[in-house]
Ligand binder design. Sequence first.
Ligand SMILES: Nc1nc2c(ncn2[C@@H]2O[C@H](COP(=O)(O)OP(=O)(O)OP(=O)(O)O)[C@@H](O)[C@H]2O)c(=O)[nH]1
Ligand SMILES: [Mg+2]
Length: 288
Amino acid sequence: MKKVKLLILGKSNVGKSSLINHLTQNHISLVSNKIHATRLSTFYDFRLKDYLIQFIDTPGISITDNNLLAKAMKSNAQKHFTNCDLIILLTQLQDSYDYESAIMEDIFSSNKPYMICVNKIDQKQNNKYTTLLEQKLNTKDYSMISIKENIGINLLVNDILSKIENINNFTKYKIDKKNDVYIVQELIRESLINSTNEELPYESAVRIISYDKQKNIDQINAEIIVTKENHKKIIIGKNGKMIKAIGIKARKNIESLLNKRINLSLFVLVKENWKNNQDLLKDFGYID
Ligand SMILES: Nc1nc2c(ncn2[C@@H]2O[C@H](COP(=O)(O)OP(=O)(O)OP(=O)(O)O)[C@@H](O)[C@H]2O)c(=O)[nH]1
Ligand SMILES: [Mg+2]
């Protein structure tokens, strides 16, 4: 079976991870209404006719942040330009397409086949946005979808298929051995960021410290890393109530994904400047 690497790019919050979950019919990639949700480029398989599509989810790149974490997220997405066969630029109906036109420059220089797809058409219906998009991106060739309302998805899949059928040489890039661990790590972080508010989702990270695969039940130990003592207090909660809830939610999602029971132990740690700590960012898989 031919393996096709499909890179999904786009601004934070446009629905890149949601699209992967929808197409793979699995809760496999972290989804959140908080911006800068995804931090890792992880791979997810999807069978389409004679092809195995390997979606590459990417973090929506921040243009304003300048710490090592923001740079790592950017290069995380960019390194896959050379390691993919097809690119989907995902966007939405909005007032400005400056971000997308900047990404289009990178897509053009990669010389890879690409598609433009507009998500969340359930939210706004105004020609002014599509006119703006067509002007800014200089094209009328794009698909319109709503993942939430399941609109336009079959057409998008057909478009993907016809693009793939025109590709002659597929890239041989090998997926990181730790991909499965990173998927679990992101699902724990999903539970964490969807249970917390204000700056906490952005000030925290998750690291898998051990992953012991057993016949009946896997033991996973993970650390939640935060920048301040009071964040630690919030995450643990009164009598450990909060961390327990975060663990239960994450465990349920991981178990249904793996189709196996797991035992998940979470520990909270304060590391003030983790966003600029190269070793920690490496441990999280954010940099090579
Ligand atoms: N209304 C509406 N909301 C959607 C749709 N698709 C996704 N969302 C929501 O948009 C939010 C962001 O979705 P994500 O999939 O996490 O976005 P992302 O592009 O992966 O974001 P980053 O990981 O931060 O780059 C979530 O709250 C989704 O539920 C849609 O078609 N319509
Ligand atoms: Mg995402």
